[in-house]
Design a protein. Sequence first.
Lengths: 437, 437
Amino acid sequence: MADVWPTGAAWGEALSIAGVDCRDLAAEFGTPLYVLDEADARMRARAFYEAYTAAGAHLVSYAAKALCATAVLRWVTEEGLGVDVATGGELAVALRAGVTGDRLTLHGNNKSVAEIEAAIAAGVGHIVIDSFEEIVRVADAARRAVVVQPVLIRVTTGIEAHTHEFISTAHEDQKFGLSVASGDAEEAARRIVKLPSLRLDGLHSHIGSQIFDARGFEAAAQRVVALATRIRDEQGVELAEFNLGGGMGIAYLADDDPLDVTDMAAQIGDIVGKQCADAGLAMPQLAFEPGRAIIGPAGVTLYEVGTVKPVTLEDGSVRTYVSVDGGMSDNIRTALYDAHYTVALASRESKAEPILVRVVGKHCESGDIVVRDAMLPGDITAGDLVAVAATGAYCRSMASNYNWVPRPALVAVSEGQASIILRRETIEDLLELDAGA
Amino acid sequence: MADVWPTGAAWGEALSIAGVDCRDLAAEFGTPLYVLDEADARMRARAFYEAYTAAGAHLVSYAAKALCATAVLRWVTEEGLGVDVATGGELAVALRAGVTGDRLTLHGNNKSVAEIEAAIAAGVGHIVIDSFEEIVRVADAARRAVVVQPVLIRVTTGIEAHTHEFISTAHEDQKFGLSVASGDAEEAARRIVKLPSLRLDGLHSHIGSQIFDARGFEAAAQRVVALATRIRDEQGVELAEFNLGGGMGIAYLADDDPLDVTDMAAQIGDIVGKQCADAGLAMPQLAFEPGRAIIGPAGVTLYEVGTVKPVTLEDGSVRTYVSVDGGMSDNIRTALYDAHYTVALASRESKAEPILVRVVGKHCESGDIVVRDAMLPGDITAGDLVAVAATGAYCRSMASNYNWVPRPALVAVSEGQASIILRRETIEDLLELDAGA
């Protein structure tokens, strides 16, 4: 049974996180509220840093897209991580957080020239080249800035991994990267090494998300190693770095069972080491980009219950709809990915018999579901607080103002204290964008 | 073949809308850009007003959730419509737009007490009661405000309509409303009429979205009429209003074929009239709530093309990924609902042979697709502008800052002039919420 709650969560009369009672959080900051257990996030960042460094990584980067806020980027860099950014917006937050350029990686299938220029000006460690056109764009921008920009090539290996499964094809029908199978990846290497404003450091592969074991990485690494061997043999270029991306999964439900961080790191390190040895390739430096696995489990969303409505279903059974004061605007993942979450009554203890519930939001849409199926105490009622676990990643970062609902605050809790990371939006913030009637 | 473009769209050397060249729009306001054809939106609002008034409606309300901005609410009210709002945020925009309380309807499955109080203070024409608990909440708030608040009961009829199909069940497994089948809707009427601070005006039914014919409305109206008859016979209460909601569909693709506005209005009016006559019920006033059908077709999103990448598929065919400078942050509907859109090269004419493309965004996610399958000229290239049709509804309203991408501006075009409705967000706006490192 996986523990889906942050390490600082304690269940007494009410849920507390890092020593802060959730009822006090709701009273001080309002609901809905995103709460991050700072020590939990730091512990996971440190664990990834240590495990993957031990496995041969020279850089473990936090994927800022999971949750982008200066405090979070400061935590993870203090624990040893770099930061990978995909846009000018994420880059701006990273720079504001004081992340130095050499700890930054710029991603993206369609970086604007302005984003490329900003990244070069910031001295980012690597720009990950995603297309032939981008080779020229980055080379031109580097030449204008009179620098030699280190780059990686994003390659598509045909491996797509998810949870305990992976699929392996010759081609990948998606927007990212340059295909290994078609020869485009090798051709990109040929072009890059001819350009004096670029320095080709290595290859980048990303195989998916919510990955629970190492077999997908093994299959992808095999193709990356084979490609690097061909590039060495045919072009005489030794590649110093393999960035194997992110996608390490987390538990959203108690029966989710992701591989231990240290185990997966060791397995991947061993796999690549063996494959390189077999290929007669010097072991490259490795790099990894976990995002969700650092910040996801540290986050909890607190909601206040409004309406509780038992609905009789076709078969005569009853499903109780528990409406909360947020919904698809603060967590689109349930509707978008059919994601599953764990929910619990947080503001009091209850011995009432559990009932089947669906936790829904307040948006004007029947698909506005937060937790599709869960059990909550049968006396759940208006004014109760419920907590949804593992909402640190891809909830605030994908939040909208649907139904003109302002986005919740994000607070950090640590050693009995709470502090705001992203303040709550207000209706005035929304109206400020509106030019008027 | 449906025309998916706004009525003011003209295709010459480049796409112009209401006499404004899209290249000038991109140059002045940047891309991505949401563009609304004001005359088109007004024409559709007027058409709905006239057709549904002729069919027996005393109120046709624009559903603000589709796109909520003061200018839009002003346009539609000037053309005769009321406004339905689902949150305090939408209510605030409506009041700022000068919509008078009597033209407003408040919806929502989980209205907060603050929202109920604000609606009562604004003198909204109707609050739509969605649960037993809400009867008490609204009655209490009205009593505190010393007013008698007119209300409707949101009933679930078991009819769910979509496009040319509808399903009919005894129960509805969703969060909205009070069930007709279980007797909850009748029980709600019993409770409401006993409360002196509430006035029960009628029933509200909403059966779905993207509805292309009147048969779903017919099936739902039958159950609403039967319910009203029972309430009259058993409780002696004559209900003066049936609000049949919205959901009238629009064309996203050329072969979509929604029913003409006037035809559907006339059919629904006839159906309800006949059903009431059969039941010996006085014909109630009708009300309707179109949202998408007013503002959806008036909107176009302009994007600039960045990367163009041909990808060889497993079967040897080629799909060209055309990356634009926006994506799932400004249009989540493709990823969320598997929605389909029409896209065209907008900034120039091309005689190049069309190729199969997928228009994708710039977000760090493989599901970041704007248009899944489309044909564009084979010479599509970086710097081109493409236009996506029918993005007026549920695009800006559901937009996020995923990857910390600021949301695009929304501009209105009318008689050769462009004006900002919602200004473009900036990275500074996003950082303003961030409490710092």
